[in-house]
Structure formats: structure tokens, C-alpha cells
Design a protein around this ligand. Sequence first.
Ligand SMILES: NC(=O)c1ccc[n+]([C@@H]2O[C@H](COP(=O)([O-])OP(=O)(O)OC[C@H]3O[C@@H](n4cnc5c(N)ncnc54)[C@H](OP(=O)(O)O)[C@@H]3O)[C@@H](O)[C@H]2O)c1
Length: 234
Amino acid sequence: MDQRIAVVTGANRGIGLEICRQLARRGVTVILTSRSAAKGRAAIKALGEAGTDVDYHLLDVTSPVSIKALAAHVARRYGRLDVLVNNAGVMLDPRGSRMVDAKPKTFRDTLETNFFGPLQLAQVFVPLMKKHRYGRIVNLSSGLGQLTDMGAGTPAYRVSKTSLNVLTRTLAAELNGTGILVNSMCPGWVKTRMGGPHAPRTVEQAAATAVWLATLPDDGPSGGFFRDRKPIPW
Ligand SMILES: NC(=O)c1ccc[n+]([C@@H]2O[C@H](COP(=O)([O-])OP(=O)(O)OC[C@H]3O[C@@H](n4cnc5c(N)ncnc54)[C@H](OP(=O)(O)O)[C@@H]3O)[C@@H](O)[C@H]2O)c1
């Protein structure tokens, strides 16, 4: 098998950092990205031995200039991209926020990171994946974006994750038969800065499903939504 090359966004901490660790352990060449170079480099150090072959590149997913610079780096250095993990995410809704009085700016800012980032990353990397007829795109979504289980609270975050799921479904349909598999996943409620200290799940548990989707065999699923490797409703 060719050496696989993976980009992970928002990877300086939390679930993204653990995804890098698990992918690197499997022999994948990981490009760890973060919006702060200092934090990204510190994260690679924190990986210890697992970080030995991890590459680094700056990436603010809200900046088209930054996305283009990453794409140029990947094309120049590797000439291919096999795996894109859209992990970077924000939850900007103020505590107790409700749809009825939420600020439009909160929606716009949240969508910039959680939807437009993954959209533009897919737009720059799908052509490179198509060249080699191989690609795995993993979108870190959330149960809070499930229409079948939609409820009150964190309205901007919910809209952004439902939108991300639309990206997954439409991209998967467009790329049917190209060798590129696109899936969404919910990591569950995870102990990270976003999930808080009372969350019951570990980053190791959360990252396992992302790594499974990032390394699917050619006959693996596409256009699905998964938690703990099992399909869940949209
Ligand atoms: N934790 C949970 O319970 C949970 C549940 C469901 C879904 N998720 C999803 O899982 C993913 C990872 O969450 P997490 O819990 O690991 O969150 P986290 O600990 O808050 O980490 C989020 C990461 O995203 C990065 N980020 C934010 N905005 C960015 C931008 N504009 N450009 C690049 N990176 C950016 C952060 O970088 P900085 O350090 O620079 O801020 C950080 O590295 C997110 O998409 C989240 O929505 C999490």
C-alpha cells in the first residue's frame, strides 16, 4: 500500500490531537495543523515518540489564504492527500442561548469554522484525491446536529453541525465511484475543553471512530453518520 498522507484540522489539543496520535501509530504520515504555530509545535512535542514523523502546518480554517497555503504545501511536499479529518470546531453559543434571541453574528462565526472551513478544505483537496482515485474525508459532527433528535439549546452550533452533515451527504453523492469516501461522525460527549470536565468519554474513545473512518477499506461506507463505528440517524 502507498504511504498514506493525512491532514487533521484543529489538532493542537482535544480529539484532533488524539486522532493524530492514533493515525501516526498506524504508520500514516500525519500533517498536524493548528491556528497557532506555537501550540501546534508544542502538541507535536507532547506526542513524544508518536510525533517523530508528524509534519506540521499552520491552518486557520476560517481563512481562505491559510487553506490555500496548506494545499500548496501538501501538493509540493507530497503530491497527494489521502485523508482529510475536519476536526476543528467551535461552540460559540452563550450559556442558555435560545434560537428566539440568538445573535446572527454567533451563527455566522460558528458557520465560518464548523461549515465553511470543511467546505473549502474539501474544495481544495478533492481534486488532489481524485488524481489518485483515493480519499477519506471525515467530518467531526455532533448528535446536536441530528434532525431526528433536534432540541433546544446551542442553536448556532446545532445549525453548523446539521450543515456539516449536508456537506457530508452531498459530497459523498457527488463523489460516488471516485474512490473517495465521505462520512460524518459524532464522538459522543468527550472530556475536552469543549466537552468540559464532566463529560464521560475519553479522547481515545472519540478518536477511534475517526481513525476507523480515515482508514476505511475501498468497499467501506460513504455518506454515513456514525458513533462508535455504528450508523446513527441523521
Ligand atoms: N467534546 C465533545 O463532547 C464533542 C461532542 C461532539 C462533537 N465534538 C466535535 O469534535 C471536534 C473536536 O472537539 P474537541 O472537543 O476536541 O474541542 P476542543 O478541545 O475545543 O478543540 C477544538 C480545536 O479546534 C481548533 N480550532 C477552533 N477554531 C479553529 C480555526 N478557526 N482554525 C483552526 N483550528 C481551530 C482549536 O484550536 P485553538 O486551541 O487554537 O482554540 C482546537 O484545537 C469539534 O468539531 C467538535 O464540535 C466534540
